[in-house]
Design a protein around this ligand. Structure first.
Ligand SMILES: [Zn+2]
Length: 209
């Protein structure tokens, strides 16, 4: 098939509003599309609402861009930079879903990107769990870095990811993104801290369409 990637790319544009910069292979587009589908299915199963429409409403402003850097990220607010080779990662769909969770944080946050500044659902989750995002350790210093590094400082051990070294404990932004991603992919073997999982399910009903 000559233009399979092109069709899929168009389909994802129609379905969710997603845009893609540069060239994307069919396997890459399929992984991104499956990620959207699984997020929608998760929302449907949790809330009873039309999950695919939910994805369109809450994540439809994504612009996907290839990234030559080491880590995928969302910057400044709605550009989803995916590292080259992401499609070969063992949990490629969950990887994309993690980045889309950062986009959700931004979309539900204020004017400035919540993944850097806070005031989005990632902060709300930390408050819910008894932490204070404003007092998160600023080990790495700088204006933005404390949303990405330095830990999360939750008062109760059972709310942290186990084992403690897991990525989700690194920062406020990534704690939320990991809760979202592994809730969408519950069979991947990462147990989402239960109070955080419950918080997400409750709030999905609030962030309705
Ligand atoms: Zn992240």
């Amino acid at each position: 098939m000559v233009n399979a990637g092109g069709e899929l790319r168009e389909d994802l544009g129609h379905k969710y509003g997603w845009r893609f910069w540069g060239k994307w292979s069919s396997p890459e587009l399929e992984i991104i599309g499956c990620s959207g589908m699984r997020i929608g299915d998760f929302v449907s199963a949790t809330t009873g609402a039309d999950g695919q429409e939910w994805v369109r409403k809450h994540l439809g402003n994504a612009i996907f861009v290839h990234f030559i850097g080491k880590y995928s990220l969302v910057f400044p607010k709605r550009m989803v930079f995916l590292v080259r080779g992401f499609a070969n990662k063992s949990h490629a769909e969950a990887h994309v879903t993690h980045e889309l969770a950062h986009l959700l944080d931004n979309n539900l946050g204020g004017f400035f990107p919540a993944t850097f500044i806070g005031r989005g659902p990632a902060d709300a989750l930390v408050y819910y769990l008894g932490g204070n995002p404003k007092q998160a350790p600023r080990k790495a210093g700088g204006l933005f870095k404390w949303r990405w590094y330095g830990g999360i400082n939750l008062p109760w051990q059972e709310d942290l990811w186990q084992p403690a070294a897991l990525y989700g404990n690194n920062s406020i932004s990534d704690y939320f993104a990991e809760v979202f991603a592994w809730s969408v992919y519950p069979d991947a073997g990462h147990r989402v801290p239960s109070r955080a999982a419950e918080w997400l399910r409750t709030n999905l009903r609030r962030w309705s369409i």
